[in-house]
Every structure is written in C-alpha cells, then in structure tokens.
Design a protein around this ligand. Structure first.
Ligand SMILES: Nc1ncnc2c1ncn2[C@@H]1O[C@H](COP(=O)(O)OP(=O)(O)OP(=O)(O)O)[C@@H](O)[C@H]1O
Ligand SMILES: [Mg+2]
Length: 260
C-alpha cells in the first residue's frame, strides 16, 4: 500500500497538554494508519502516557484535535471513546486479583454488552459471554490458566490477562502502555510475539509504548520518537535508527544497541 491509499484510523492535530508550566504533550501531529503497529518511544517524562490519556479521554487536551474514523472525539468521555473502539492498557497492572482469569475477561466482555452491573447473574447463565472469553483466552494461549485466581499467576501472565481484558472490549485501536515492563526476557518475547501475531491478523491497530529497543525494532511498522512532549521523529524503524537527532537526544547511551 502506498501512503496515498492508506486508510487513516486516527488523526491527531496540534495536540497539547499543559500541566502548570510543563508541556507534557506539545503540538503533536500524527496520522495512524489502520492495521499498523506504531511504537511510541522516548525517555521518561517524554509524554507517552499523557498522549494515551488524551487519546482515551482520561484527560482533556489543552489544545488540538483528535479525529477517529472521521469523527471528532476531542473531549469525549472515556466510556464513549471506548465504545467507539479505542481501548488501552495501563502502565501498572490493572486486573481483579480475587477473580479467576476467565472471570476477569468475562467482566470486560459483559461490560461491552452493557450488562456490567448484573455480571454475576448474567455471566453464570450467558454462554455467549463465556464462549467469547474462552476464545480470547485461547487466542492469547491463556486457556490453561482460565480457572486460576488472577492474583496467583505469574507477573508476565497477569500482563497478558490485562491485554485479554483490553481486547475483550473488541477495540479496533489498542493502546498498550509498556506491556513488557518488569518482565523477564522470556515473558517479553512472548508478549512481543503475541502483539506481532495480533497485528498481523488485521483485526487491530496498535499503539505501543516501550523502553526495550529490541522489542520496538522487532515489532513496529513505524516508530514515533517523543522528546519533552514533542514529536521528534516519525518513521520506519530503519529511518529512526539512522536519525542523528534520535541518537543524540534519546538513544545517546544506546548507540551500541542501535548499531546496524
Ligand atoms: N497528572 C499530572 N500532573 C502533572 N504533571 C504530570 C501529570 N502527568 C504527567 N505529568 C508530567 O508530564 C510529563 C510527561 O509525563 P508522562 O507520564 O506522559 O511521560 P512518559 O513518557 O509516559 O514517561 P515514562 O516513560 O516514565 O512512563 C512529565 O513531566 C510528568 O511529570
Ligand atoms: Mg508512561
């Protein structure tokens, strides 16, 4: 596909968020193509999480516009944005530890159907919900853990359950905030493979923030480098790898890692 024919799922223009005197996100323009995996990198405090908070409606932008599938969603509340198909994971693990793995996913599936308040009654007799949850667990290779209490499974598996919960809302655009943070190398590989195969399935568009450069360069179709809230560089992994400003401003200490 050429750039001209690519379908834009999300169009961000002049997006900004100011906290006191700090521009956490500053005048960011970005077109996200449908079905791409776009990594967002940048040092601590670059504005990555704030950018997600703006896209998902958790925070109101100080300036700019967010258009999703042709609709202006700037300033919409999170539940409406989620209903339109944008779903996010959090930097901190965010699942119900007392529930089983399957129940965690069922709650998310049920919430999508607007039956959240009656989850216990509904889920116990709603085979569709269970079937949806089981299909998702299978897709994420979590079936064996379905009946385990989420609190007792490994940290890496918890983060996978969190991704299952995100996908249970049937999003089109998925925002993953450091999904491999704190993971062992094996766990990181597993998540990376999973996101890659989900991306290739053509069912999702992914934005993913990540500190591990191996993960980023192995996974992303394009990379957005943020620095002090601004868009520093946007391009293919090759373009970003070669960019002198990126090496200097962000990857200065990672030159060896970045060397071709
Ligand atoms: N709720 C808030 N109130 C005030 N300042 C904030 C708030 N959230 C973020 N900031 C500031 O905005 C800037 C960007 O923070 P943000 O968390 O978006 O960065 P990040 O790129 O996600 O960093 P990290 O890699 O550490 O997760 C930082 O200077 C941060 O201190
Ligand atoms: Mg962050």
């Amino acid at each position: 596909m050429t750039a001209a024919t690519q379908d834009i799922i999300l169009q961000v223009t002049g997006l900004g968020k100011r906290f006191g005197g700090v521009d956490a996100v500053a005048n960011v323009d970005l077109d996200v193509y449908r079905h791409e995996t776009l990594a967002i990198i940048g040092p601590n405090g670059a504005g990555k999480t704030t950018f997600y908070n703006l896209l998902s409606g958790r925070m109101h932008p100080s300036s700019g516009r967010i258009v999703y599938e042709g609709r202006d969603i700037t300033g919409m509340p999170p539940h409406e944005i989620s209903r339109l198909g944008i779903s996010r994971s959090f930097q901190i693990n965010n699942i119900f530890e007392e529930m089983t793995v399957r129940e965690n996913v069922e709650v998310a599936v049920t919430a999508l159907r607007g039956e959240g308040r009656r989850w216990h009654n509904v889920a116990s007799r709603n085979r569709d919900v269970q079937a949806d949850a089981d299909a998702l667990l299978e897709r994420l290779s979590l079936s064996e853990l379905a009946d385990q209490r989420a609190g007792v499974i490994s940290y890496g598996d918890k983060r996978l359950v969190e991704i299952a919960v995100v996908l249970a809302t049937r999003p089109k655009l998925v925002l993953l905030d450091e999904p491999t943070a704190g993971m062992t190398p094996d766990e990181t590989q597993r998540v990376m493979q999973l996101v890659k195969s989900l991306g290739q399935s053509g069912d999702y568009t992914f934005l993913i923030t990540e500190h591990d450069m191996n993960v980023v360069f192995g996974l992303a179709d394009r990379i957005l480098v943020m620095h002090r809230g601004q868009k520093l560089v946007l391009g293919t992994p090759e373009e970003v790898r070669a960019h002198p400003e990126v090496r200097r401003a962000y990857l200065g200490t990672a030159d060896e890692e970045m060397a071709p």
